[in-house]
Design a protein around this ligand. Structure first.
Ligand SMILES: C[S@@+](CC[C@H](N)C(=O)[O-])C[C@H]1O[C@@H](n2cnc3c(N)ncnc32)[C@H](O)[C@@H]1O
Length: 239
């Protein structure tokens, strides 16, 4: 058996053990991320690669209208694959990274240390998506979450939609990646850490809280990297 296959099997066993010892899903995912970061911070956030993964997001965001003056929240920022490009691009003080994994944030800060010189980048270690713990006082006009909700059961999407108003300006652009499926539920092997959401569930929950959505045409913007995630933009019905 090839070494890469053995490594994959070992990773899977490790993940299952962590899941067995974590009652709560978010605690499991945080521990899993911490363990990936300690193995290799550059491989932790995304399988397509730290630098390429971040560059694709950065080019896409600029293409759809991100400007340096936007007050930007990178929700589930991981080890700053996107942050490495955004921190120098945004006006000073306009980047905030939020993640449940303090280890990921610390590793990311180490990786992009020199970019932050003279800039006040802020990071929030959150425990849920209610935004009261810790309390997030500011409002953002751009919220982006890449490869986060496809790792979360749909109840966390619901939690986010219910609470995002607290941290968004009236004209805030909210964009998240999701895996769209026929049903909402886990995808792949136990322990589940990939989830799809049905458009029906997305639609009905958004409607309940006064939002609608559109699927963003990512066209060429993913630079030829086509993976099974869609970008949806969540729009407030009344401003
Ligand atoms: C697959 S990584 C993607 C990281 C980064 N967005 C990127 O594209 O490189 C998923 C990240 O989401 C974080 N995460 C998962 N659930 C979260 C939550 N409820 N709130 C904030 N971050 C979360 C994880 O700790 C992890 O860093």
């Amino acid at each position: 058996m090839k070494l890469t296959s053995l490594v994959r099997i070992w990773k899977h066993i490790k993940k299952t053990i962590i899941r067995l010892f974590s009652l709560d899903y978010i605690k499991f995912y945080k521990r899993w991320m911490d363990s990936r970061v300690s193995d290799n911070p550059l491989s932790a956030p995304t399988d397509i690669g730290w630098e390429i993964g971040g560059r694709i997001q950065f080019e896409f965001l600029k293409e759809i209208g991100l400007k340096p003056h936007h007050n930007f929240l990178d929700l589930g920022c991981g080890t700053l694959s996107l942050g490495q490009f955004l921190i120098p691009f945004l006006d000073i003080d306009n980047y905030v990274g939020m993640d449940i994994s303090q280890d990921a944030i610390l590793a990311g800060r180490g990786l992009v240390e020199d970019l932050s010189i003279g800039r006040f980048t802020r990071f929030i270690v959150n425990e849920d998506l209610i935004f009261d713990n810790p309390k997030v006082e500011e409002k953002f006009d751009f919220i982006w979450s890449h490869s986060v909700f496809n790792h979360l059961p749909i109840k966390y999407f619901y939690e986010f939609v219910e609470n995002v108003k607290k941290i968004s300006t009236n004209n805030c652009r909210i964009l998240i990646t999701v895996r769209i499926g026929e049903f909402s539920g886990p995808v792949g092997l136990i322990p589940h850490s990939s989830f799809s959401y049905s458009l029906n569930d997305i639609h009905s929950w958004l409607q309940k809280f006064g939002y609608s959505y559109r699927i963003v045409d990512t066209g060429d913007h993913w630079c030829g990297y086509r993976y099974d995630l869609d970008v949806i933009e969540i729009m407030r019905n009344e401003k």
